[in-house]
Write a protein that binds this ligand. Structure first.
Ligand code: SF4
Ligand code: SF4
Length: 387
């Protein structure tokens, strides 16, 4: 049984957060657990979620108070502290600074790593991706603690402990992985291999203010009031998935691939939830990302015919679009899938859906939340039935 601590936490008050985290560690084994997690003399790297350059306290990125509360605990066991991430768009130091993490880290002597220096590694037990160039800092840290934010995600359905480690792939290489892994299953295999390579030691998933709807950047803040802590990324994510409304965690592509390959605990009977019960903290009306392919009306033989309709397509909201062209900049498919037409004197995107691989980077990184994922035709019908 994998053990996961589930803690109710209502606010980002750093003193309260520290106490809640200490309660979680106590449930997991207290002092002896922490000493095993962070052996004497080891270096510790914290990996927050810095998706893009966002204001401190934004629900898009790891909250600076959670970051500080973790540092307060970890510094009792190590004086070799660092942190870093590689955002999907923009400079990593600026992202860390704007999110308030550089100022906090300075008070605890935690060094910033920009994840630009890479190391080439092999993943011998790979599900799919045997060869990697990843950021050196997380790979070489003795202890890697991931601090994801619980949010919806167009391709992965949700961001949590597993997805957060995609930031260990340096910025410019992320689009290359997207163009190679064009469906959720292969993208999930890639994510699990990456987690194997970086060997995540522990996860603190921030679900205090989560995000539903048009995540991971432009959704709605959702007061879930949950902290989910554990050493197994799939177990932490599986508990989070059930909390937000996936009664069957196998609906989430990475969790299905993890389960199918014995990668880690996923099913409720494989996970001991300590502290609060999932039922007690479960979200009432969390707007999930869900594939219409999960409909039990669809059989495998129908899939080739229906595949095009089963995946949503990025669609612009003209009232929100400011014509900044970032969507085309971040699109990994070259030549551009996105071109621009004039709309009341400003450029507005138009998609070549035959070339689009539906990675949803454009929707993820639009600064205005002007891109939404919509089903068309039969996909819309089936998705409605499922929702
Ligand atoms: S859709 Fe978003 S990213 Fe694209 S041009 Fe409009 S505002 Fe910019
Ligand atoms: S248009 Fe958007 S969804 Fe399509 S390939 Fe480009 S970034 Fe991905």
């Amino acid at each position: 049984m994998e053990r996961v601590a589930l803690i109710r936490c209502e606010s980002y008050d750093v003193d309260q957060l520290e106490q809640k985290l200490r309660d979680g560690f106590e449930l997991l084994g207290g002092e002896s657990f922490l000493r095993r997690l962070i052996p004497a003399g080891s270096s510790v790297l914290l990996k927050p979620n810095l998706l893009s350059i966002e204001t401190a306290g934004s629900p898009v990125v790891t909250h600076y108070a959670l970051f500080e509360a973790v540092l307060r605990i970890v510094k009792d066991y190590s004086d070799k502290l660092s942190f870093g991430d590689s955002p999907g768009f923009g400079d990593s130091r600026r992202a860390a600074d704007k999110a308030g993490l550089i100022a906090v880290a300075g008070r605890y002597g935690a060094k910033f790593e920009d994840f630009k220096e890479t190391v080439h590694v092999k993943c011998e037990q790979a599900l799919l991706c045997k060869s990697w160039d990843i950021a050196r800092a997380p790979y070489e840290a003795d202890v890697l603690i991931t601090l994801p934010k619980l949010k919806t995600h167009g391709l992965a359905f949700m961001t949590g402990a597993i997805k957060n480690q995609f930031g260990c792939v340096p910025g410019l290489q992320k689009p290359a992985w997207h163009t190679r892994m064009t469906d959720p299953q292969n993208f999930s295999r890639m994510l699990l291999d990456l987690n194997t390579v970086v060997n995540t030691s522990f996860a603190v998933l921030d679900g205090i203010t989560a995000m539903d709807g048009n995540g991971p950047r432009n959704g709605n803040p959702y007061q879930l009031q949950a902290l989910i802590m554990g050493a197994g990324p799939s177990a932490v994510d599986a508990v989070a998935a059930r909390l937000i409304g996936y009664d069957n965690p196998l609906e989430v592509p990475a969790l299905k691939v993890a389960y199918d390959n014995g990668w880690g605990a996923v099913l409720p009977e494989e996970i001991e939830v300590l502290g609060e019960s999932v039922e007690h903290l479960k979200a009432a009306h969390f707007k999930l990302v869900r594939s219409s392919t999960s409909s039990n009306r669809i059989t495998d033989s129908m899939m080739p015919l229906l595949r095009g309709a089963m995946v949503p397509r990025p669609t612009v909201r003209p009232d929100k679009c400011i014509g900044c062209r970032r969507c085309a900049e971040v699109c990994p498919v070259k030549p551009q899938v996105i071109s621009f037409i004039d709309h009341s004197g400003k450029p507005m995107p138009r998609w070549n859906m035959d070339a689009c691989i539906r990675c949803f980077c454009c929707q993820e990184l639009c600064p205005e939340g002007a891109i939404e994922l919509r089903y068309t035709g039969i996909g819309r019908l089936l998705h409605r039935q499922k929702s």
